[in-house]
Design a protein around this ligand. Sequence first.
Ligand code: ADP
Ligand code: MG
Length: 269
Amino acid sequence: MKISFKNIAKRFSGLEVIKDFSRDIDDGELVALVGPSGCGKSTLLHMVAGLETASGGSILADGQPIRGAHPERMLMFQENALYPWLTLAQNVALALEFQKKDKQQAHRQAVEWLAKVNLKGFEDYFPHQVSGGMRQRAALARAFITHPKALLLDEPFGALDALTRMTLQDALRQLIREAGPTVLLVTHDVDEALFLADRILVFSPRPATVLKEFNLSQHEKSHDLSEFSAMRREILSLLGINTEADAADAPQALDAVRSLDEEEEAAVA
Ligand code: ADP
Ligand code: MG
């Protein structure tokens, strides 16, 4: 699915969140969105999911204006939204049952998808009986089982420890290779963006505009990101993080973060 943002603006009453954002996301492309907290990344995903409307401009999915939610455009977020009273298999099957698929067939497919994310043998476990990483694996299976054309991932692994996160990134990459959806990935983790993305958009503080765009589609990638160290440094520095050995102006970066938080509080008050 091709997603086109045309001069998108978004305001919440007085608060200007996104300002004149235009980009085309190609069919099958994975674009990572990184930027300071509160700059409007989730809002952008919500608009593609059809849960929010833009204040100005338009978003097209395969040339059609987005009007409301559709299972073709699947949102997945950090707090896994598995139902605690359903087993992993029942949680995954539910995505198909919502689409009026036969219950037994849905269960069979759920078992297959759980195997793909390395959860064979855990079909009948309840979410609280497995680790956070395993819950997110199940959430991935549930996101992919309906073959969405666009996946909107909002810090999907943000709550996981670094090692678990990397194994989940591998699982996600494998699923993407097989299924080929267009993916918008919001992440705080610059290494995650470097590892997974074909393209990275770095946003400014609110109102969000693109500070810089990085193209990585030519690279074959592993978790050894050493060849991207210059790019990594540049992205961190765009985000106000000091990467010099002599972190003499680190307090400045902290101040930038703090002032954004204060602004946020003021906006809420
Ligand atoms: P990010 O995901 O980049 O951290 P968000 O998109 O969640 O940021 O939010 C951007 C700004 O918009 C924040 O200041 C947030 O408080 C505000 N915001 C988000 N959703 C709403 C809403 N439904 N109503 C009012 N303000 C909102
Ligand atoms: Mg967010």
